[in-house]
Ligand binder design. Sequence first.
Ligand code: SAH
Length: 244
Amino acid sequence: MTTQKSIRIYIKDNLAVARDVNLPSDKSHYLCNVMRCKTGDNIVCFNEKDGEFCATIVKIDKKCTIIQPQKQTRCPNNEADVWLLFAPLKKDNTDFVIEKSTELGVSKIIPVITHFTNCDKVKTERFVVQSIEAAEQCERLSIPQIETAKKLKDVLADWDSKRTLFFMNERRATDNIVTVFNECKNKSVALLVGPEGGFSDEEARFIASFPFVKNVSLGPRILRAETAVVSALAVWQAVKGDWN
Ligand code: SAH
């Protein structure tokens, strides 16, 4: 019997010691055909409500895989509450944003359509698969909630004003990111990053007009959107998030 320590899979179903779990076909295919697991092998399984378990494969074949959690190795914990609003980019760069923002602990991702967003079809079901793979790899206990793409103005119109929205305002903000983040008393926040073409002047004024919005500068250089996402999230986690 080998212990496949590196295999860690997200399972939505309830997890509990000694309770068999019948894996969905994609996970069954992965363990059986990709990772060539055998009955008796050990893997790690997790979800945000039950935590993480070491589990044994009790049955595995092309059609069906059953695992049985043996021991809880981590309890559920409420991970950082930081949302990301981003304007979908060209495919590879969007893939990068989903993967890196998941690794950096976002709790929700909202793709927003802005004036200069140049991406018509937004396949959020792809984002879900990508974010689960990233969560499995980075050993999170949760996966980000992925919303369907919405017009930015509609998202702002429905915004819960208790949640601060940090507006990465590329050519207009001068407020130092660490100062702005430190001023933020509550922990529920969101970051807004624009598309390759940035925000239009009219759009930037509209966004900045909301009381819950804080302009934030990411320094004197114009970063690519995907660079801005990683930079802003890294600073947030270091200053006020779960890196400290
Ligand atoms: N093409 C635009 C830049 C877009 S950069 C122009 O030349 O003005 C893509 C997004 O990254 C921006 O909308 C902004 O949200 C973020 N960003 C990039 N550099 C930034 C900076 N120095 N400060 C704040 N946000 C920045």
